[in-house]
Design a binder for this molecule. Structure first.
Ligand code: SF4
Length: 277
């Protein structure tokens, strides 16, 4: 895959996400190559003709863009790292853009949220510990490494993510497990909770969104690995039904029973009932 070092014009951008004011994306593109990646649309905003997963741009000057003016802008605001890439993709071990960005944020009053599927985050524990207000989200879709290799081939294994959680927790760093995307009949979220409870502060649940070209990837994946599930997915996503309402109820009941702090973001599920097959 071609890796390009680019000079970015800006690095802190306004966010449309519900729970953040600004986002920082150190890279354009993401080598985790998740089959359900929602961020493929970013290619439209780059100069690339290649498919999204066939290139990576490193914003090599990103740390230099975080000057005093930028720090004033984000003071006391919520800053999310990252929204359309993972800040700890493999290239980060070499380029260390995320690490240098975090170094710049050490004196900031911003509330920093770091979201990743990689245990490379442990490399930066020394800096994360110094941040004044920080939360780390470890995303988990499955506790099956066989399934993970198919759906998120270049992200860390579920056990490595769990171990990362344990290490972060040992250092009193606030952590969340982001159970996303819940794949019908494949994501065993109760098992994920079982394996991670005690190492995280709370859970966030979000269901699979099939907008844009995601459905095409999911369909190819199902046809190849789980053909028996394809009609079930089509029923969930292309007919009127209450599948996600039932899952939501199940999560609420389970978390209520075991007193598990959680949030559910199923906001886009109803919009999926559209004819985009
Ligand atoms: S980690 Fe996020 S941005 Fe990267 S490929 Fe997966 S879904 Fe896309």
């Amino acid at each position: 895959m071609p890796i390009n070092q680019i000079i970015a014009k800006s690095i802190i951008t306004k966010s449309n996400l519900p729970d953040s004011d600004f986002v920082i994306n150190p890279y354009v593109g993401c080598t985790h190559s998740c089959i359900y990646c929602y961020a493929r649309f970013m290619k439209r905003f780059s100069w690339h003709d290649e498919e999204r997963w066939k290139f990576l741009d490193v914003k090599i000057n990103a740390p230099d863009l975080i000057d005093e003016k930028a720090l004033r802008k984000i003071s006391w605001k919520k800053v999310f790292i990252s929204s359309v890439t993972d800040p700890y993709i493999q290239a980060e071990s070499k380029f260390q853009v995320t690490r240098k960005i975090l170094e710049k944020l050490v004196d900031s009053q911003a509330k920093i949220g770091i979201q990743t599927k990689s245990d490379l985050i442990l490399r930066d524990i020394d800096i994360i510990k110094k941040l004044k207000n920080v939360e780390v989200w470890l995303t988990m879709t499955t506790f099956s490494d066989g399934l993970r290799k198919v759906i998120e081939p270049f992200a860390s294994s579920p056990v490595a993510r769990k171990d990362a959680l344990i290490e972060l927790k040992k250092r009193w760093i606030k952590t969340y497990v982001f159970i996303w995307p819940i794949l019908p009949f494949l994501t065993n979220w109760k098992m994920i909770i079982d394996f991670t409870k005690g190492f995280t502060d709370y859970y966030i649940f979000e269901n699979l969104n099939i907008k844009g070209s995601i459905w095409t990837s999911i369909k190819i994946f199902l046809q190849k690995y789980y053909p028996e599930l394809l009609p079930k997915y089509e029923e969930i996503y292309f007919t009127k039904n209450d599948y996600w309402d039932k899952v939501e109820d199940d999560i609420k009941n389970f978390c209520g029973y075991y007193a598990i702090d959680h949030r559910i973001y199923f906001h886009h599920s109803k919009k999926n009932v559209k004819n985009i097959k």
